[in-house]
Design a protein around this ligand. Structure first.
Ligand SMILES: Cc1cc2nc3c(=O)[nH]c(=O)nc-3n(C[C@H](O)[C@H](O)[C@H](O)COP(=O)(O)OP(=O)(O)OC[C@H]3O[C@@H](n4cnc5c(N)ncnc54)[C@H](O)[C@@H]3O)c2cc1C
Length: 386
């Protein structure tokens, strides 16, 4: 019998990876998700397996996390990625000059990066703006935003985890200063009941602040939405990025027969109320077509918004200046036992986020089991339904 019961709140990629990790370490695991699995930010992101190049100049910690996890995910989730690489494309002299800083920063972070001439870039991507001056090639890749984390759910379930979609945490039960149970509403039966456990893990992404508030702790999360635009047609085969410090509409990810252009950035208080500003959609067309002119005439497929769970203080900013790194908070620091939060990060770094969290959990419980997930090949996503 498992010595400890870990209860995870949030069925996005982060919760999935934590469930997988703790199950393999020998714990009893229950995960609750208020909607369908991956119905939060995870199922609505760009689908870019980051090489880290995007963060190499200004956010090195995040860049290193991305390249480390990019390498591990290729190994443990074979077949989940289109190994198409990414191009950072310079359209101005200033951007071409910036390529030196980018390549150097990539190398400092351990990210393979190679400068291509204009002709080499156009040979790889004929639809690029012909004004391209040069490009830098990096190991970005395309992933399926839902199926990749579903492999973590599938493997966790196969190894004994209980996964409960449509179960929303509505309250916490405390015994003294320790959390002893969650109160959940089962949206399929409309019934409420309690689930007890030894440790409770808040993997609520952009909602982690709200979940923390139910326990009376402060999670310094800034929900930061971005708009995405999908158009018909595969306008590029590689991930195409603008070669500059990050900005709006500067990434195009080919997803099957679509091209997805993103994204913008602002901050909100309520992660359930993001809106979809029309001017942001127009911005995606404007800046996307500077990279690949065919974006301007491509047929509209869909536009949506999703919120990044960024860690940072409150203030008047757009979210761009906040790091994409992740952090695990042990709320014993605020006098609450048995409750930790994992937030921030990227879909790319889900496994690493889980490793950090599981290490904290094991240390708290006095259960020293090393992380087993770096080489453990995941089941296919279809196994979730088997
Ligand atoms: C526009 C945009 C584009 C992005 N593109 C990329 C990209 O290309 N590549 C990349 O690596 N990263 C990308 N990201 C970042 C990435 O999407 C997120 O970092 C990641 O998906 C967060 O996963 P998560 O599991 O932490 O959060 P989520 O997926 O949001 O999971 C949290 C879950 O908690 C659930 N929940 C909330 N409240 C409760 C409750 N009371 N009870 C039970 N469950 C609850 C929610 O329903 C949700 O499903 C992008 C983000 C945005 C916004």
């Amino acid at each position: 019998m498992a010595p400890f019961h870990a209860v995870i709140i949030g069925g996005g990629g982060t919760g999935a990876a934590v469930a997988h990790d703790l199950t393999l370490r020998g714990m009893k695991v229950t995960l609750v998700e208020r909607g369908e699995l991956t119905s939060g930010t995870t199922g609505r992101h760009h689908g870019l397996l980051h090489s880290g190049a995007r963060y190499a100049v200004k956010d090195k910690e995040s860049a290193v996390e991305c390249i480390d996890e990019n390498t591990i995910l290729r190994r443990i989730a074979p077949g989940s990625f289109e190994l198409n690489d990414g191009l950072f494309v310079a359209l101005t002299d200033e951007e071409a000059a910036y390529s030196h800083e980018l390549v150097e920063a990539c190398h400092e972070c351990g990210i393979p990066a190679r400068r291509l001439t204009r002709e080499e870039a156009l040979a790889r991507e004929p639809n690029l703006n012909p004004a391209v001056k040069l490009a830098v090639q990096v190991p970005d890749a395309t992933m399926d935003a839902m199926r990749m984390p579903l492999r973590f759910f599938a493997t966790a379930k196969h190894n004994g985890a209980t996964i409960k979609p449509y179960h929303e945490v509505v309250d916490f039960v405390r015994r003294g200063n320790a959390v002893s149970a969650i109160r959940v509403r089962d949206h399929t039966s409309n019934k409420e009941y309690e689930i007890g456990g030894d440790i409770f893990i808040n993997a609520g992404g952009a909602w982690s602040g709200r979940i923390g508030a139910m326990v009376g702790v402060d999670v310094p999360i800034r929900p930061s939405p971005g708009v995405m635009l999908a158009v018909y047609g595969r306008l590029c085969n590689m991930v195409v990025n603008r070669l500059h410090a990050s900005g709006d509409g500067d990434i195009i990810v080919p997803q099957r027969a679509l091209s997805v252009i993103g994204t913008s950035s602002w901050v909100v208080e309520d992660p359930d109320n993001l809106g979809l500003p029309e001017d942001h959609i127009q911005m995606m067309v404007k800046y996307g077509s500077e990279l690949v002119p065919a974006v301007r005439t491509a047929k509209f497929r869909a536009a949506w918004s999703a919120a990044r769970p960024l860690i940072g203080p409150r203030g008047a900013d757009t979210g761009r200046e906040l790091s994409r790194t992740f952090k695990c908070f042990d709320h014993i620091d605020e006098g609450v036992e048995g409750f930790v939060t994992i937030t921030g990060g990227k879909a790319t770094t889900l496994r690493g986020m889980a490793e950090t969290t599981a290490n904290v959990v094991c240390q708290k419980l006095g259960f020293p089991v090393p992380c087993p997930t770096r080489d453990y090949v995941l089941l296919p996503h279809t196994a979730y339904y088997a």
